[in-house]
Structures are given as C-alpha cells and as structure tokens.
Design a protein around this ligand. Sequence first.
Ligand code: HEC
Ligand code: HEC
Ligand code: HEC
Ligand code: HEC
Ligand code: HEC
Ligand code: HEC
Ligand code: HEC
Ligand code: HEC
Ligand code: HEC
Ligand code: HEC
Length: 313
Amino acid sequence: MQLLLGAGTALAVSVTAALVAQAARRGTPAAAKQPPAASQQSAGYVGEQTCLTCHGEMTRGYHGSAHGQAANPRTPRANNGCESCHGPGAAHVEDPAKPESIKRFPTMKPRDVSETCLTCHTRGAHTQWKGSMHDARNLSCITCHSVHDHKSEKALLKTATVIDTCATCHRAETAKLQRSGHMPLREGKMDCASCHNPHGTTNARMLRAGNWINETCVSCHAEKRGPFLWDHAPVREACNTCHDPHGSNNDRMLVAKLPMLCQRCHIGTRHPSTIYDGNQLNARSNRLVGRGCVNCHSQIHGSNSPAGSTFLR
Ligand code: HEC
Ligand code: HEC
Ligand code: HEC
Ligand code: HEC
Ligand code: HEC
Ligand code: HEC
Ligand code: HEC
Ligand code: HEC
Ligand code: HEC
Ligand code: HEC
C-alpha cells in the first residue's frame, strides 16, 4: 500500500475500510448508506471513490462507455460501481496483496466470469447463453469483450470489428468472404452477427432468427419465404443445400456450378439433363444455353403460377 500511496491517503483508505468493515459487522446505517441494488446489498462494499484512490486510471474504458452512464439505473455506475463487477472490496482494501480478496477476471474460470456479467445481462439477446456452443466450449464474455480495453466503436469488443472477433477462431468461414460470390460482409453492410447471435439462440448453428436455417435467410430475403403454389422440395428444406452462406466462387454463392448443381439430384429427366446425353443439339440442351437449367427454370425457388409446376414461370 505504501508503494502506491502517500501516507495520508493510505491512512484515509484504511480508516474508510475499517469503518465499512465495522459497520458491516454491526449492520449499522453506515453499511445501509451504500448504493442501492437491493439484491447485492450486503457487507463489504466500499464504493467506487475508494477504489479510485488507488486505481485512478481504471475509469479507463468504463466511465465513457454504456457501463458508465450514471443516468441509466441498470448500469454498474448507478449501482455498486466497480464492485458491481469486481465484488465487494472491503477485504481487498485492507489487504490488496491477497489474491482472492477481489475478482481478477482473467484468472477466473470462464463460467464464473460469465456468471458475473449475467447478473445484469439476462435479457434480450442473452437469454440463451447458458448451454450455447460457445458456453459449452468454455468461452466467456471476456473472450470477446473487454470492459477496460475495448477496440470497437460499439459492443466493447477486443477487436475493431465483429468479423475480426470471429476470425480469431473461425478462419474457414471468414476466409470464404474473399470468394467472388458473397453477401456484402466485406463491403461492411453486414457482419457475422447479422445471421448468428454469438450469445446462443434456439436455432441451429446459433442462427439469429427463427428455428430453422431458412427462417434466418428469409428474414431478409422475404420473397423466398413461400409456401408457393409449386414448391421446389430442396428450397423448402434448406437454403444451404444450394448456397454457401459464407461465400463461394460460383455465381450466386452456389455450392456447385450450374448445371452440375441440378444434376446432383436430377439425373433422369425427360429432356437431356446431363451434358453427356446424346441429344446435344436439342433446343433444350443446357450446352446451348448460357446459364444452364435456370435459363428456362427461372422460378427455381418456387412458383405461384398455375402453370408453374416445373418452375418455368
Ligand atoms: C489501498 C489501495 C487500494 C484500494 C483502495 C483498492 N485496491 Fe485494488 N489493488 C491494490 C493493489 C496494491 C493491487 C495489486 C495487488 C497484487 O497484485 O497483488 C490491487 C489489485 C487489484 C486488482 C487485480 C489487478 C490485477 O492486475 O490482477 C483488481 C481487479 C482490483 N485491485 C480492484 C479493486 C477494486 C474494484 C477496488 C475497490 C473496491 C480496489 N481495487 C481498491 C490496491 C488497492
Ligand atoms: C462491467 C464490469 C466492470 C466494471 C464496472 C469495472 N471492471 Fe475492472 N475489470 C473488469 C473486467 C472484465 C476486467 C478484465 C480485463 C478487461 O476486460 O478489460 C477488469 C480488470 C480490472 C483490473 C485489472 C486489469 C488492469 O488493466 O489493470 C483492475 C485493476 C480493475 N479492473 C479495476 C477496476 C476499478 C477500480 C473499477 C471501477 C473504477 C472497475 N475495475 C470497474 C470488469 C469491470
Ligand atoms: C450492474 C449491471 C451490469 C454488469 C454487472 C455488467 N453490465 Fe454490461 N451493461 C449494463 C448496462 C445497463 C448496459 C447498457 C445497455 C443496456 O441498457 O442494456 C451494458 C452494456 C454492455 C455492453 C454493450 C456496450 C455498448 O456500447 O453497446 C457490453 C458489450 C457489455 N455490457 C458487456 C458486459 C460484460 C462483458 C460484463 C461482465 C464483465 C458486463 N457487461 C457486466 C449493465 C451491466
Ligand atoms: C464469441 C464472441 C462473444 C462472446 C463469447 C460474447 N459476446 Fe457479447 N457480443 C459479441 C458481438 C460480436 C457483439 C456485437 C454484435 C451483436 O450485436 O450481437 C456482442 C454484443 C454484446 C452486447 C451488446 C449488444 C446486445 O446484444 O445487447 C452485450 C450487452 C453483450 N454482447 C454481452 C455479452 C455477455 C454478457 C457475454 C457473456 C455471457 C457475451 N457478450 C459473450 C460477441 C461475443
Ligand atoms: C475464442 C474462439 C472463438 C471465437 C472468438 C468465436 N468462436 Fe464461434 N465457436 C468456437 C468454438 C470452439 C466452437 C465449437 C465448434 C467448433 O469447434 O468449431 C464455435 C462454434 C460456433 C458456431 C457453430 C455453433 C453450433 O451450434 O454448431 C457458430 C455459428 C459460431 N461459433 C459463430 C461465431 C461467431 C459469429 C463469432 C464472432 C462473433 C464467433 N463464433 C467467435 C470458438 C470461437
Ligand atoms: C447469411 C447468413 C450468414 C452469415 C453472414 C454468416 N453465417 Fe455462418 N452460418 C450460416 C448458416 C446458414 C450456417 C449453417 C449451415 C452451414 O454450415 O453452412 C452457418 C454455419 C456457421 C458455422 C458452423 C459451421 C460448421 O460446419 O459447424 C460457423 C463456425 C459460422 N457459421 C461462422 C460464421 C462467421 C465467422 C461468419 C462471419 C465471417 C459467418 N458465419 C457469417 C449463415 C451465415
Ligand atoms: C441480414 C440480412 C440477410 C440475411 C439474414 C441473409 N441475406 Fe442473403 N443477401 C443479403 C444482402 C444485403 C445481399 C446483397 C443483395 C444485393 O446485392 O442486391 C444478399 C445476397 C444474397 C445472394 C445473392 C448473392 C450474389 O452473388 O448475388 C444469395 C444467394 C443469398 N443472399 C442467399 C442467402 C441465404 C442462403 C441466406 C441464409 C443462410 C441469406 N442470404 C441470409 C442480406 C441477407
Ligand atoms: C435447389 C437449389 C437452390 C436452393 C435450395 C435455394 N436456391 Fe437460391 N438460387 C438457386 C439458383 C440456381 C440461383 C441462381 C438463379 C439465377 O441466376 O437465375 C439462386 C439465386 C438466389 C438468390 C439471388 C437471385 C435472386 O433470385 O434473388 C437469392 C437471394 C437466393 N437464391 C436465396 C435463396 C434462399 C433464401 C433460399 C432458401 C429459402 C434459397 N435461395 C434456396 C438455387 C437454389
Ligand atoms: C438436393 C436435390 C435437388 C437439387 C440440387 C435440385 N432439385 Fe429440383 N427437385 C428436387 C426434388 C426432390 C423435386 C421434387 C420431385 C418430385 O416431386 O417428383 C424437384 C423438382 C424439380 C422440378 C419439377 C419436377 C416435376 O416433375 O414437376 C424441376 C423442374 C426441378 N426440380 C429443377 C431443378 C433445377 C433446374 C435445379 C438446379 C438449379 C434443381 N432442380 C436442383 C431435388 C433437387
Ligand atoms: C431450354 C429450356 C430448358 C432447359 C435449358 C432445361 N429445361 Fe428442364 N424443362 C424444360 C421444359 C419446357 C420442361 C417441361 C417439359 C414438360 O412438361 O414436358 C422441363 C422439365 C424439366 C423437369 C421435370 C420433368 C422431367 O423431365 O422430369 C426437370 C426435373 C427438369 N426440367 C430439369 C432440368 C435440369 C436439371 C436442367 C439443366 C441440366 C434443365 N431442366 C434444363 C425446359 C428446359
């Protein structure tokens, strides 16, 4: 303590700490005078001002952020300040060298870190965290977020952008963004979190919207929602049967080039369906038509035309 402080401050601090500890033991009004937050209202809180006498620089990343908004009654600032996260600090102030005297997040078990943040972040996008793939794989809130040293403009991320955050682990998906067919992530109009909620969801693969893959896709591509008068079975089943959502070197992010994509399933149609069929000069030969099958079967996602059973219109 003497290393950090002038003797006067040290005295003030230990006096405060002693008073708080004493008050807590007796349950006198000095303890009750601590900030509200009824559930956390128990022994051992010293208040943010006391922490700052020794850790003056730790307003860093905190006071200017959403957590520092004193006017929002749900923020740490409006509740127990530093101790909303770090836990009651009286024991720490008395003996800072004792490692267990205060929560040191980077040394804690991932579950315990997340538990602390979840005391407040239980709503909206965070209700599915427990049991999510990221929780199960021992990520914690501070794997991606930093309270004091964040680099992003929003959401307190440790990296400048959402994509950079995901890229630290998911290289395969991120690398696909560089392929010629991709949604506008590279261009900054979307990011991984447009489709995924990294805090867990009720959908497969932590997809944000709905309860099956297609519902996420049609949350933006509403015209593909269906049901159509004539549904194309694989489209009803899963968009990613034909599209790679992360990017592909084929047109329209298709998982295979046309007409091979269609021929994965349609090998025996009445007109020549494979490029090796004998009837190459038939007007319907896909060899004669630039984009193969979908030049004619243009309503490939489904048709509402009474005569659309083969998706020609
Ligand atoms: C009397 C001075 C003093 C006060 C008051 C004080 N601390 Fe500390 N704190 C220290 C010292 C000294 C250390 C370093 C101890 C060590 O590393 O063994 C420390 C370490 C810490 C650490 C761990 C830092 C690390 O690098 O792992 C945290 C977190 C912390 N304090 C938070 C708080 C909070 C929150 C409060 C208010 C409740 C508080 N401190 C009040 C002196 C103080
Ligand atoms: C919203 C929760 C939260 C609040 C509020 C908060 N901290 Fe922290 N603190 C953390 C987390 C999480 C870490 C681990 C590193 C990080 O995420 O930036 C940390 C790290 C620290 C460290 C050690 C790392 C370092 O950079 O030296 C100290 C010391 C510390 N906090 C003190 C404080 C003090 C003092 C306050 C109040 C002025 C405070 N913290 C407010 C969550 C919080
Ligand atoms: C005392 C309650 C409380 C605790 C504890 C708490 N937060 Fe928050 N946090 C808030 C409030 C309130 C906001 C403001 C947004 C809102 O109203 O939901 C916020 C906002 C955030 C944001 C969004 C910031 C932005 O600029 O968009 C992130 C990220 C965040 N918290 C992460 C954490 C992490 C990580 C922890 C644990 C280390 C944590 N919080 C602990 C109350 C808390
Ligand atoms: C795998 C990385 C990752 C983990 C782990 C993670 N987050 Fe996030 N978090 C993000 C990203 C990316 C965003 C911004 C995109 C968005 O809005 O979903 C975000 C946004 C937030 C926000 C602000 C926007 C909102 O959804 O309200 C809060 C608050 C937040 N996270 C809290 C938490 C808490 C609490 C935990 C731990 C239980 C946690 N995060 C774990 C990546 C992560
Ligand atoms: C610290 C590493 C790490 C970071 C950062 C990270 N993840 Fe993960 N993620 C994992 C691990 C580990 C798994 C488990 C599956 C695996 O091994 O790929 C996983 C699984 C997933 C899954 C599959 C879930 C399932 O149910 O099968 C999705 C989707 C995902 N992450 C999206 C994201 C997104 C989006 C981001 C960025 C916001 C992100 N992850 C950041 C480590 C990480
Ligand atoms: C357009 C929506 C969309 C976007 C944007 C998106 N994903 Fe996905 N992601 C999906 C769908 C759908 C799946 C499940 C089907 C699949 O695996 O192809 C998935 C699966 C995953 C998986 C699990 C893969 C596996 O095989 O288990 C990971 C990890 C993942 N995405 C990470 C990311 C990352 C990182 C980004 C940002 C670079 C991202 N995603 C952007 C829709 C998207
Ligand atoms: C958050 C909104 C959003 C979601 C969710 C979404 N997309 Fe997209 N998608 C877009 C935007 C924006 C474009 C670019 C549109 C344009 O350029 O006109 C696009 C373009 C496409 C394209 C055309 C790409 C090209 O090369 O022309 C395909 C195919 C596509 N999306 C499929 C999907 C699939 C499959 C899913 C579900 C896994 C999905 N999208 C989810 C917004 C979204
Ligand atoms: C049977 C394969 C197949 C399935 C399944 C499929 N698509 Fe497509 N999709 C295609 C083909 C082929 C094209 C290119 C059409 C063209 O170039 O005329 C395409 C083009 C697109 C385009 C860009 C052009 C346009 O029509 O807007 C979007 C967006 C798209 N698909 C979204 C989706 C969504 C969303 C789903 C799931 C509901 C889905 N696709 C399922 C084969 C499929
Ligand atoms: C994943 C397998 C799959 C893929 C890929 C696929 N389809 Fe289909 N398609 C089906 C199934 C299953 C049916 C329904 C067959 C039935 O009802 O007898 C169908 C039906 C059709 C029909 C209507 C058939 C009829 O008798 O009414 C046409 C036309 C068609 N598909 C064209 C295409 C084209 C063109 C492509 C490529 C863009 C394609 N399909 C890709 C599985 C697939
Ligand atoms: C030049 C236009 C044209 C092209 C190119 C074309 N089709 Fe067709 N296709 C048709 C017409 C017209 C019908 C309806 C025939 C009928 O009703 O007798 C049809 C019928 C079908 C049917 C349903 C009837 C059957 O034969 O089983 C399937 C499946 C089909 N096409 C798949 C394909 C695939 C796969 C490709 C690409 C390899 C393709 N088509 C390319 C015009 C075309």
